[in-house]
Design a protein around this ligand. Structure first.
Ligand code: APR
Ligand code: PHB
Length: 390
């Protein structure tokens, strides 16, 4: 079998790239290790930059997002017992973010791919990219005990942090940058109206908390928890009590509790693998980089990688130009590192670290106080939060 671009992974990166390429007549096959239901069952973040929304529009998958997504023109920082609003729109010439779950983005992209009759092989085992340093790469995989080979022009490694693409590159060709944070996020989804109409990021001496949402009737909340904590140790009651203790009184009083239907703990890390291109293999999204969720950048960074790679492949197929694919890694990484810095900074400013102590807590409060009272500092946060230019 032959196709133009083999895409490994049917997360948002792989599906979005596939849809954009389909729009210019480039054929793709997606190889996905998990089942469709498994991919759709993963709960991830849900804040889209305007540039991400525009790319989804270009791919023709923004109708439901526009109908059901919630445009937000501000966020609040909670500290010192009260909320301090950052007016994102006023500080960024009217830009905003859209609250729409990644699961829904994935769903819309899968439906679109199905409707176009494009091939996705789910439950593909032992997916392996081959000969990507030559002009004739190919991928192999097993399905129902039968081995398959697909020859192609390019391979896009959209297979996430644990994928095979990055692991297929010789270690000597990769430079890894990594930072682990000594805590996790315990997240809860509940069918209850959100405590506030916008997101609230709280710095508290008991630890960080975040009030987010998926819709006007579904809330997503997080509390910072110790590294190694187990989800079984957190009953719903314990979670709601801890969340409310970390919020200003008025916000805590607005928390509507209910039984959770998803509860999980995620570790926090920053990770970057350089470069993002090896001959005819490209790393895209979580396969190349991970950010802690504090800045809501993971999905948006995946979309910006896709945007650069799509532009490069479009020029290759339309004009036989290699310039765009040659520049992919450098362009993508320039934007990645700015988001890595922003996510690290938000994480550092808002969480309680083992060595934060009373001094560190006062420094954080001073930084937050400066941030919300200085237009220059608020603008720096706002322009990063809504998304830096491409
Ligand atoms: N073979 C085939 N598919 C694989 C393999 C493999 N060896 N390993 C992983 N995959 C699949 C996973 O099952 C998953 O469906 O690749 C997909 C990767 O999807 P994501 O992890 O969602 O990564 P990406 O598409 O880059 O999306 C980035 O997801 O993790 C969040 O914060 C992140 O929001 C960001 C977004
Ligand atoms: C979420 O809604 O899951 C979410 C929102 C904002 C973040 C992280 C996660 O910064």
């Amino acid at each position: 079998m032959r196709t133009q671009v083999v895409i490994i992974g049917s997360g948002p990166s792989g599906l979005l790239l596939g849809q954009l390429l389909h729009g210019i007549g480039v054929e793709t096959v997606i190889l996905e290790r998990a089942s469709r239901d498994h991919v759709l069952g993963r709960v991830r973040a849900g804040v889209l930059e305007q540039g991400t929304v525009e790319l989804l529009e270009e791919a023709g998958v923004a109708a439901r997002l526009h109908a059901e997504g919630l445009p937000h023109s501000g966020i609040s920082l909670a500290f010192d017992g009260r909320l301090h609003r950052i007016d994102l729109a006023a500080l960024t010439d009217g830009r905003h973010v859209t609250v729409y779950g990644q699961t829904e983005v994935t769903h819309d992209l899968m439906d679109k791919r199905d409707a176009a009759g494009l091939t996705t092989v789910y439950e593909a085992a032992n997916v392996t990219p081959h000969d990507f340093d030559s002009g004739a790469p190919f991928a192999t995989y097993d399905k129902d005990g039968v081995s398959h080979r697909i020859d192609c022009d390019f391979i896009a490694g959209c297979d996430g942090y644990h994928g095979v693409s990055r692991k297929s590159v010789p270690a000597s060709a990769l430079k890894i940058f990594e930072r682990q944070y000594p805590f996790g996020w315990l997240g809860v989804l509940a069918e209850v109206p959100p405590a506030d109409h916008e997101l609230v990021y709280a710095n508290h001496e008991r630890g960080f908390a975040l009030c987010s949402m998926r819709s006007t009737h579904r809330s997503r909340y997080y509390v910072q928890c110790p590294e190694g904590d187990r989800v079984e140790a957190w009953s719903d009651d314990r979670f709601w009590d801890e969340l409310r203790r970390r919020l200003p009184e008025q916000t805590a009083a607005s928390v509507v509790t209910g039984s959770s239907f998803e509860k999980s703990i995620a570790p926090l890390r920053s990770f970057v693998a350089e470069p993002m291109r090896f001959g005819r293999l490209f790393l895209v999204g979580d396969a190349a980089h991970i950010v802690p969720p504090t800045g809501a950048k993971g999905l948006n960074l995946a979309a910006s990688d896709v945007r650069y790679l799509f532009a490069g492949l479009r020029d290759f197929y339309a004009e036989k130009s290699h310039a765009g694919i040659d520049a992919y890694s450098q362009k993508a990484l320039a934007r990645v590192w700015k988001a890595v810095r922003f996510s690290w900074w938000m994480t550092t400013m808002l969480h309680r670290f083992p060595d934060t102590g009373e001094f560190g807590q006062r420094i954080q409060e001073a930084e937050l106080d400066y941030l919300v009272h200085s237009r220059a500092a608020s603008t720096a946060l706002a322009e990063n939060y809504v998304g830096l230019p491409y």
